[in-house]
Design a protein around this ligand. Structure first.
Ligand SMILES: *Cc1c(COP(=O)(O)O)cnc(C)c1O
Length: 426
């Protein structure tokens, strides 16, 4: 029963466009009403009608320790008692910066912001300032937040220069964004040949925003080579994969070292934090050290830093954690795959650490075009049937799922059992 959520959604829509503060939450691609959440407990969400769901969304990634983790909460509460914001330096910022520099080989210095969107927007400005060039290359299906120059879609015909994907974005602002195909190095080579000067290539090294689609090692190696050849910077957007695919993010899977890295989600432990970092000579271009302007009234907010610091330290202090999480995620997708097979439903599955993905698709998925061939109607039926049974999966086929530490093997077995019933009916 979702009676109260139905009412709450109606009321919200009167005052908030679409009733939500971020579009994916409205459940448009699966239909139905989004449950309004009252609280979270470990691996579970409880909605305002008192339904209980096993949560594979975990706030879209940040909550690797599940909801209301005691250590993170304590750290937030203790810090909040000293004041919510000062607009002046605190020790917490340096402490969190040190933890990140210690983990990422490619990061000598880091700056904190308030969201992943802001981290990417700033990193791109820095890359442009550092190289003195305007064009950037991004990949279809990779998401880097909602800043103007990144809201692009493929243009018509052979052109690789992007068109705005949203009204309100002037074509002039996407004119410098070239679009390439994920895992396809020739498409990147064409961008370099067409452009008069590329500042950077940005990608999710483990793409999580078209479903879960990891980059191939050879593709990353070739990207590094092309960037070096043309003097462009390589940016890994690890807002999702950082501290999620592994403690050190994509570094655990590839030998390729980027020039800049963007972080978010887990780094805030559930509070709004983003960050970008890289080699010292590049980072020193940022104001006040250098000429590239970047700022934020609430950047490095002490309460947010305290949450992030507690989360990162907890991750670091438990060396077996990603092995355990990957075991859970693997058991889940293996179970889903078997359930699908026994119902003759084609399903593609993928795991990276605590991240998992599945496509209702006959063929393996290596890029956005492949992903789009998935059966979204079947996914919608799967989603709503699982939700009725108390399993909360992301409400779109093109999202990544997440496991968290409070999940137990029994929770996964229970989910697989439910999937077995549902696969037969969709
Ligand atoms: C979530 C995400 C962003 C945007 O972060 P916000 O905090 O939502 O602004 C950027 N890049 C990637 C890879 C993401 O997954």
């Amino acid at each position: 029963m979702l009676n109260r959520s139905v009412e709450a959604f109606k009321e919200a829509q009167k005052y908030i466009p679409g009733g939500v503060d971020s579009p994916v939450r409205a459940f448009k691609s699966v239909g139905g009403v989004p449950p309004f959440i009252d609280r979270g407990e470990g691996a579970f969400l409880i909605d305002i009608d008192s339904n209980r769901y096993l949560d594979f969304v975990q706030s879209w990634g940040p909550l690797i320790f599940g909801h209301s983790d005691e250590e993170i909460l304590n750290s937030v509460v203790e810090t909040a008692k000293k004041g919510l914001s000062f607009g002046a330096p605190t020790l917490l910022e340096t402490e969190l910066a040190k933890e990140i520099v210690d983990l990422f080989e490619s990061i000598d210095k880091v700056r904190f912001v308030n969201s992943g969107t802001e981290a990417v927007m700033s990193a791109i400005r820095l890359a442009r300032g550092y190289t003195g060039r305007d064009d950037i290359v991004k990949f279809e299906g990779c998401y880097h937040g909602h800043s103007d120059s990144l809201l692009v879609q493929a243009g018509s015909g052979a052109a690789t220069f992007g068109n705005p994907s949203s009204p309100g974005v002037p074509a002039d602002l996407t004119r410098h964004t070239l679009l390439a195909k994920y895992n396809d190095i020739e498409s990147v080579r064409r961008c370099f040949e067409q452009s008069e000067g590329i500042a950077c290539v940005i990608l999710e090294p483990i793409a999580g925003n078209m479903g879960l689609v990891p980059a191939k090692e050879e593709f990353l190696q070739e990207l590094r080579r092309l960037c070096d050849q043309y003097g462009a910077l390589l940016i890994f957007d690890e807002v999702m994969s950082g501290f999620r695919a592994g403690l050190k993010g994509a570094q655990e899977y590839t030998a390729v070292v980027p020039d800049l890295v963007t972080l978010g989600k887990v780094i805030g432990g559930g509070m709004p934090v983003g960050a970008f970092g890289g080699r010292e000579e590049i980072m020193n271009m940022l104001s006040p050290e250098g000429p590239v302007y970047q700022a934020g009234t609430l950047s490095g907010n002490p309460v947010a830093m305290a949450a992030g610091l507690a989360a990162i330290r907890k991750l670091k202090s438990d060396p077996g954690i990603f092995e355990r999480l990957e075991k859970l995620a693997t058991a889940l997708i293996k179970g889903l795959k078997e359930a699908a097979e026994s119902a003759s439903v084609p399903l593609q599955v993928e795991v990276r650490g605590s991240m998992f993905g599945f496509f209702f698709n006959e063929n393996s998925v290596e890029n956005f075009d492949d992903a789009l061939k998935s059966d979204t109607k079947r996914f919608a039926r799967f989603h709503s049937e699982m939700l009725k049974k108390g399993v909360y999966f992301a409400c779109s086929q093109f999202e990544t799922g997440f496991v968290c530490t409070p999940m137990r093997e029994e929770d996964i077995e229970d989910t697989v059992e439910k999937a077995n019933e549902v696969m037969k009916s969709i």
